[in-house]
Design a protein around this ligand. Structure first.
Ligand code: ZN
Length: 673
């Protein structure tokens, strides 16, 4: 029995009483929670049969392997193994404890949280994040109160917001506020309410002058923009000064705290996420006021990187909701350069990126106020350019007729295109740029391939290292199964199809062992079991995945004594990797590999309908598919400017694969035809 505690979140007794949530409230929350709604607040779910799917928010992936089962109210990622219920999901996404997650869910489902005093003092542990959350919320309320209910706030800050055309609902939506003049308006008020100087400092709200006891407010005399995390919790503040003071920065932000990591945050994400999901597009702007101004104009799928140049974490945050991003930048030279910098990073993450600039040095905020929402939307459509066109135009205009500069530009643009993970998209851009710059497409492709080759070598090394690490981790570090040596081996061929064959290979191996574990004993024809059949096909081949290979070895070993192990043997196996794999496979098939089947357009209605025989058929289809894909890649490689030795090597590999492919086709014809 776990006892659940938290600190009173009301601000009334922040330092005093320790409270816990009443068990009745916990039951209410658990009853109300609908996992698809909870997860849907964070990532975009797509319905697939009885389940929902998405790209996993816990690991980086381009094709969805994250499954949500609404019947069982659980989620599972077949890529990284993340799994749990709605509460676990909120805990992991927001990086909070159990209690905090429960409070978040209570808020979502409008459940009043009943709390009771905890008498067992020893059981109470203060959670730093929960404590920060409380004081940040307190500060937010204070700033809002100052904005609307004080003379200074109304005269200075509210007037400013009104002048910028912001309505009450928008001020409310972004919880805008005002931090008054004087040294310690907030600090003094908070301490009178029982908060400690240390809490105020930890939250980044107050600063202690060196060698002195007294605190002063970080955000004195500024309008306040609370910064929320994706689930809508205040995690930091931005403050803008209104009077002209040459010594003071126009904007200041909270420092990094236990809950605020600037590089991972996008301003406005909590207010924008649903609109982003619906529009399947995210506008990216630079400032708080740009975001708010666009909302005021009815465009809600917009976030800001708040002055920092775009980070990978921020791009991944966006890609939870959409893969299309349009960057809106100021029309000045600095803005354009900033745009160029951000773009390659977005491309690398596989997102589609467009750019819109604004005329006459307007920024999105000022332009919206100038032309209104209809004019703004028209401009977005008319001026939106894909990044390659944008970059080519900007750089060409800069270079004029200088041939050396032009050569430099080609290198620069090819470099950007090479960052795009999707080969077909790369091809489209090569063609487009070739036309635009009036050069041979083949010149660009050759340049691009040089870059790709060096990138691939590096990526491959990284991937091998990473997969070795994961295998080791999955096996508990010292599980005794050494990763096979070829996991570390250098791939000698250039432009290897590692992505494709690596993934496909893993799926084939998994499908083989899954069939062995589930149906090894089933007879396909008299005296020939699934186990006999598969082992015969595999011959003496080893699997690359150590867990799969270990299972394969067990079958190879046991079949000699005609003792084919049952599913239960693996479910209760002492090796944790084998055990968990077997448990995974015993859950209904549509959960295990619906993605796999969707991708190959083989519809599998339910597990019951799927006989081992047709599973085998699927396995060989996939195997053939994977071999064919590999051949295509090799053919492409042959068209590159390779040296003779490399060509011979590729040709040999091609013939080898071709042979296998023909064999597989034959098997498909004989066994299933
Ligand atoms: Zn995952």
């Amino acid at each position: 029995m776990v006892t659940l505690y938290l600190f009173a979140g009301t601000g009334k007794e922040p330092n005093g009483l320790k409270m816990k949530i009443h068990p009745e409230t916990i039951d209410k929350i658990k009853d109300a929670v609908e996992i698809t709604e909870v997860i849907g607040d964070y990532i975009s779910l797509k319905k697939r049969g009885a389940n929902y799917q998405a790209c996993c928010p816990f690991h980086n992936e381009k094709t969805p392997s994250f499954n949500v089962n609404p019947v069982r109210q659980i989620y599972k990622c077949f890529g990284c193994g993340a799994a749990g219920d709605a509460i676990k999901f909120v805990m992991d996404m927001d990086g909070v404890g159990y209690m905090e997650a429960m409070k978040h869910l209570a808020q979502k489902y409008h459940i009043e949280v009943r709390e009771e005093e905890v008498t067992d003092e020893a059981a109470v542990r203060q959670n730093e994040k929960e404590s920060l959350d409380i004081i940040l919320n307190f500060a937010k309320d204070f700033f809002r109160e100052q904005l609307t209910n004080t003379e200074e706030g109304r005269a200075i800050a509210l007037t400013y917001f009104r002048e910028r055309g912001l309505s009450d609902p928008i001020i409310e939506k972004f919880q805008l506020g005002y931090s008054p003049s004087g040294w310690d308006a907030l600090s003094g008020h908070a301490i009178r309410k029982g908060y400690t100087p240390e809490q105020l400092e930890n939250a980044g709200l107050s600063i202690r002058r060196e060698g002195k006891e007294t605190l002063f407010d970080r955000f004195r005399e500024r309008v306040i923009f609370p910064i929320h995390n994706v689930s809508g919790k205040v995690i930091a503040f931005g403050g803008r000064i209104l009077k002209t003071d040459k010594k003071a920065a126009k904007y200041i932000n909270s420092p990094e705290t236990a809950v605020y990591h600037k590089s991972e945050v996008l301003y406005g994400i909590s207010q924008a996420k649903n609109a982003i999901r619906q529009a399947d597009l995210c506008y990216l702007v630079e400032g708080y006021t740009d975001v708010i101004s666009l909302h005021q104009g009815g465009i809600e799928n917009v976030v800001a990187s708040s002055g920092t140049s775009l980070t990978v974490e921020q791009i991944r945050l966006i890609s939870r909701f959409t893969h299309n991003i349009t960057i809106l930048y100021d029309g000045d030279a600095a803005g354009i350069k900033a745009a160029l910098r951000g773009l390659d990073l977005v491309l690398e993450e596989g997102l589609n990126v467009n750019v819109v600039t604004f005329p006459d040095n307007d920024d999105p905020d000022s332009y919206m106020r100038k032309v209104g929402s209809t004019g703004f939307t028209e401009h977005l459509h008319a001026a939106s350019k894909d990044f390659i066109t944008f970059k080519t135009e900007i750089l060409l205009a800069d270079a004029g007729d200088d041939p050396f500069k032009k050569a430099e530009i080609i290198g620069d643009i090819v470099n950007s295109i090479a960052k795009i993970p999707d080969a077909i998209k790369r091809q489209v851009f090569f063609a487009r740029v070739a036309e635009r710059m009036k050069i041979e497409e083949q010149t660009l492709i050759s340049e691009g391939n040089k870059i790709l080759r060096s990138q691939n070598t590096q990526k491959q090394k990284d991937r091998q290292r990473e997969s070795a690490r994961r295998v080791n981790e999955a096996l508990g570090g010292t599980a005794g199964i050494e990763p096979p040596p070829d996991l570390f081996a250098e791939e000698e061929a250039p432009l290897s199809p590692a992505d494709l064959s690596g993934d496909a290979r893993h799926r084939i191996e998994e499908e083989c062992v899954r069939l062995l574990v589930l149906y090894g004993n089933v007879e396909l024809e008299e005296g020939i079991t699934v186990c006999h059949y598969i082992l015969n096909e595999i011959h003496d081949e080893e699997f690359r995945n150590p867990v799969f290979n270990a299972i394969l070895s067990i079958f190879k070993d046991k079949i000699k004594g005609a003792d084919i192990p049952h599913t239960d043997f693996f479910i209760h196996h002492e090796e944790p990797g084998i055990k968990s794999a077997a448990i995974n496979w015993t859950t209904p098939r549509f959960e295990v590999s619906n993605l796999w089947f969707d991708r190959h357009e083989i519809y599998v209605p339910t597990e019951l309908d799927v006989l081992p025989k047709s599973s085998l058929q699927s396995m060989f289809r996939l195997l053939k598919h994977s071999l064919d894909e590999e051949m295509k890649v090799l053919v492409k490689q042959l068209s590159l400017d390779l040296d003779e030795a490399a060509c011979t090597d590729i040709q040999a590999r091609y013939l080898d694969i071709k042979k296998k492919s023909v064999l597989v086709s034959k098997e498909l014809g004989i066994i299933f035809g």
